[in-house]
Design a protein around this ligand. Sequence first.
Ligand code: S3P
Length: 439
Amino acid sequence: MTTAGSDKTFQIQAGGKLTGEIRVPGDKSISHRSIMLGALAEGTTQVSGFLSGEDNLATLNAFRDMGVEIEGPTDGRVTIKGVGLHGLKPPAKELYLGNSGTSMRLLAGLMAAQKFDSVLTGDESLSTRPMRRVTDPLATMGAVVNTTDAGTPPLRITGNQNLNGISYDMPVASAQVKSCLLLAGLYAEGQTCVTEPAPTRDHTERMLQGFGYPIERKGATACVKAGGKLAATQIDVPADISSATFFMVGACIAPDSDITLQHVGINPTRIGVINILKMMGARLDVTNERDVGGEPVADIRVQSSELKGIQIPEDQVPLAIDEFPALFVAAACAKGETVLTGARELRVKESDRIQVMADGLQILGIDARPTNDGMVIQGGQLGTGTVASHGDHRIAMSFAMAGLRANGPITITNCANVETSFPGFVELASVAGLVIQAS
Ligand code: S3P
């Protein structure tokens, strides 16, 4: 999983502090869904705060390839001329989704319900990621989606099937699987219900509601039926709490830091990082809470903190699933032991985030022991060295923040994929006080 980001290296100078008020780019999950639902709506949807990262552009281009007229992104603004639920056109070629698991899993559900065939492909990392979690339940609905023998992409989808609704109990807590099935359910006969074993991000459900599509939500179950319509709307995408996380952790671990992150999405299904950092003793205040188009938003102030190691409660894992690379760095700077369990999913993200983070922390002199489903980390002094990000954006940005507390420079390889979720990271981190160079 290493080639995609092989052309960029980060050099971090030890020390520094994070200060000021910054706004990180838009939420990746919400940006994906804004394109998908905007394209399927009737009328013109205006999006602001859109994340122009490579993952979201992959989704945007896929819809352009299916005949949807989309203007932008220009300064975060995108205009989508919706074609309605039945207006997508057969793409002339394979839909290439780069590094983006969200694009592939959500589109799998949508494409399986279309009248035409399609093929979904991705980069080297995405081509190793498990897809049976979506293709198995889709097959139960009557969809025809082929994977490789290993259950990985490309996905070859034979359209023009009559899908039937199912009631599905998800074995893994996955918003991507839930969203995939709900999107297929917009076209299925009868009702499609998905029950999750633990709360996962609910942006799809909220946004369907925002587009006026009937969706029933009761406890852990969400249900949709075909026959409704999506009405074009306006979407203001909040800043991504997953991108804000790097600065939250950086400010906690760097002496004399005091930073405010503006307009951050604090959807309750995403705030595991806030809960966990607070449990570790972070000086973190959530202020100016407000509702923006059905998603809660706030400003988050973080000051240098004396972190302590904790046993991370398993119920927080799905709520912080993308934040563990950064949280491992926080744990490395905390007093005592931090133990994470119940997070096996981290092994099948853009990289094996348990192994890759443990390897990098060990290179930097930290006692970090990977386990099957988590990690045990003894807080200590971060040292100097060269660590591999394996082309995983969140690993690269997490180790960049580690430089704030290291006693020597840190070099991070394969960082180009930071562009998938956080364009402008190097510039923004520099403004905030990290001494970082990309080459
Ligand atoms: C996402 C869901 C999560 C997350 C990913 C984005 C989404 O994946 O890791 O970055 O937008 O639905 P899973 O649902 O597979 O845990």
